[in-house]
Design a binder for this molecule. Sequence first.
Ligand SMILES: NC(=O)c1ccc[n+]([C@@H]2O[C@H](COP(=O)([O-])OP(=O)(O)OC[C@H]3O[C@@H](n4cnc5c(N)ncnc54)[C@H](O)[C@@H]3O)[C@@H](O)[C@H]2O)c1
Length: 284
Amino acid sequence: MMDRPEIDLTGKVALITGGGGGIGRASALALAAAGADIAIIEVIPERCDEVVAQVEAMGRRALAISGNVMESDVVRGAVEATASHFGRLDILVNNAGGVTWRAFSDLAEKNWRRHIDLNLISNLAATSSAIPHMIAAGGGAIVNVTSIEASRAAPGYAVYAACKAGINNLTRTLAVELSEHGIRVNSIAPDFTLTPGVQGNFTGPVDESKWPLKSGETNEVLRRRIPAGRPGIDTECGNLVAFLSSSLASYITGTIIPVDGGTWASGGWIRSDSGKWVLPPEMS
Ligand SMILES: NC(=O)c1ccc[n+]([C@@H]2O[C@H](COP(=O)([O-])OP(=O)(O)OC[C@H]3O[C@@H](n4cnc5c(N)ncnc54)[C@H](O)[C@@H]3O)[C@@H](O)[C@H]2O)c1
């Protein structure tokens, strides 16, 4: 009889950027639940402490690194600190990122550069520093958190979307370049997922009790637009990150996997009043 397959990351070490909240925190906790020791780099210190406490309560070792991933020296330092603290690095989750809405024609060059530093350079810095440690460990897994906006037009989010599209192709390219070292590289591409950032909780601890409820109107738009009929939950991304990091995904590399309730597949089709799928403006 075959054993029941399970995600087992016992003895592995993972570093998650922006691991104090949202998809990063959910990834850290899913990886820890599967047995990995965890380092996070996070710009809000109390979020570091909270996630470290949760990981330790699960019986794993944890390292909090307070820092801003927009400084590539800090990112490189976080990779080195992780490898030196735990003696190895097997898994890198390039999660930190973000965007503010503004028409491209209103963005100044300093805004482009901030988006690029946060969403692209941070990933390059962490990845390039992590590779030698993964080679030394005999292989590894890199999981990038991109976005549905990497694969479709994203009005108001042009530079962010360009960065995420860049990471999608970086994923494919590095999957090929690093294959000989046993390093797999994949991306997850969320759509609308309830996280502190989406809920305006940009400072202090993650506090879901203070998050505004979505209005009935917003929920109705989400129900019509997302085949699953609801927003995503951060743990739904974290679970996929843990799977892609594990030997259950040993033959999966160079992929971009949507975690979007079917939105990308629906490609503009909307759920009508009758429940039938239509292309706007035919709404009923
Ligand atoms: N939530 C969504 O709907 C959604 C959709 C598509 C893609 N994404 C992507 O998922 C990733 C995580 O998004 P989220 O919604 O969980 O974000 P979030 O803002 O809820 O959480 C991000 C965490 O990273 C930390 N962080 C932010 N900037 C940082 C920096 N410069 N240095 C260190 N830490 C930093 C934050 O403090 C926070 O704890 C991002 O790359 C984002 O682009 C999110």
